[in-house]
Design a protein around this ligand. Structure first.
Ligand SMILES: [Zn+2]
Ligand SMILES: [Zn+2]
Ligand SMILES: [Zn+2]
Length: 335
């Protein structure tokens, strides 16, 4: 089956009610834009070759190589940017809500409400997680397919470049830290043996004992994504992990020291000029995502390591607070 059909089937399938609340890639509409562009270009090509064979057709091939298409760029990329932004926003807010229910102890009332509406809230959560995973992967594939089509029709690399732009704008769907959180959520569930058929969990796997700890997500048999769980600062497995807005993961303690804030102040206090140690992007600390599910996964799977790091973090926090208050006292006394 062609992807266009698979995607249409997905949009109108069993998840339709879920999808009604979220935007998706207008795959068909974008394909139409490309199709009409192809027709226009074919006509142009024809008329120019009728005019004079040598020079003008050269001109057209130059036009192809200049990497922009006046016929469809404005519509195509603007639309795709808007859709990707909306999808990324919808995905992150819904995963956030789902995981909040799972991890936080302060939401027992929500759990209670859920339990009263549904027979089994574990099942409901897994179901919601699966829909979110389908949602983000189907749309990511749609974006990647339509961009490839764009490049094929225009003989350009603009589609490929656009992907890089999505990453820079932090709306590349498969790079979302919320996807790693969703993966960790699944793995935590499968560890807790909820009696769920294993096929749900097979999409994610995680190897923490390797020298390069990583989480792998397989979208299909051939497409796999790997997310490194090594902190680029301490070069160890991340502990109490935070994802900066650029998507890079660090231990909270490491990110705090990289942005020159104290542990108890937290990353929200980081100056806007502080840079990500990996990609050098600025302004990435204030909206950092605390990876609670991933932390839980590490705690369950490498408990000794996790405890050791917790002890070290607490000791560091006490040391920093002591130094901080001592310096404040000295300031107050005017010494
Ligand atoms: Zn075009
Ligand atoms: Zn670290
Ligand atoms: Zn970064």
């Amino acid at each position: 089956m062609k992807f266009g059909e698979t995607f249409t089937e997905y949009l109108h399938g069993e998840q339709e009610r879920f999808l009604n609340k979220c935007s998706h890639v207008e795959y068909k509409r974008l394909k139409k834009v490309l199709k009409s562009c192809r027709v226009c270009r074919a006509l142009e090509n024809q008329s120019s070759s009728e005019h004079a064979e040598g020079e003008e057709s050269n001109e057209l091939s130059e036009f192809c190589r200049c990497n922009s298409c006046p016929l469809c760029d404005q519509m195509f990329f603007a639309e795709l940017t808007r859709e990707a932004t909306e999808i990324a926003g919808c995905f992150s807010s819904r995963v956030r809500r789902l995981l909040h229910l799972h991890v936080s102890s302060g939401v027992q009332r929500c759990m209670w409400r859920l339990r009263h509406c549904f027979a089994d809230d574990q099942q409901v959560m897994i179901q919601e997680g699966r829909m979110l995973l389908d949602y983000v992967t189907m749309n990511a594939i749609a974006i990647s397919k339509i961009l490839k089509k764009y490049d094929k029709i225009h003989g350009s690399v603009s589609g490929r470049d656009f992907k890089t732009k999505l990453r820079a704008k932090r709306i590349e769907l498969l790079q979302s830290p919320w996807l790693i959180e969703l993966g960790a959520f699944y793995l935590n569930f499968s560890d807790s043996d909820s009696g769920e058929p294993a096929e749900f969990f097979r999409k994610f796997s995680c190897d923490l004992n390797d020298t390069q700890p990583a989480m792998t997500m397989s979208i299909s048999d051939s497409v796999k994504y790997e997310y490194s769980l090594t902190c680029a600062i301490c070069l160890d497995t991340v502990f109490n992990p935070y994802a900066l807005s650029c998507g890079h993961l660090f231990c909270k303690g490491c990110a705090c020291s990289a942005s020159s804030v104290l542990l108890f102040q937290g990353l929200k206090a980081a100056p806007r000029s502080a840079k990500c140690p990996v990609c050098r992007a600025v302004g990435v600390y204030n909206d950092a995502v605390q990876m609670t599910e991933l932390d839980l996964l590490l705690r369950n799977r490498c408990n000794d390591y996790w405890k050791e790091r917790l002890r070290a973090e607490r000791a560091e926090m006490v040391k920093q607070s002591k130094e901080y208050w001592e310096s404040q006292a000295i300031l107050t006394m005017g010494l």
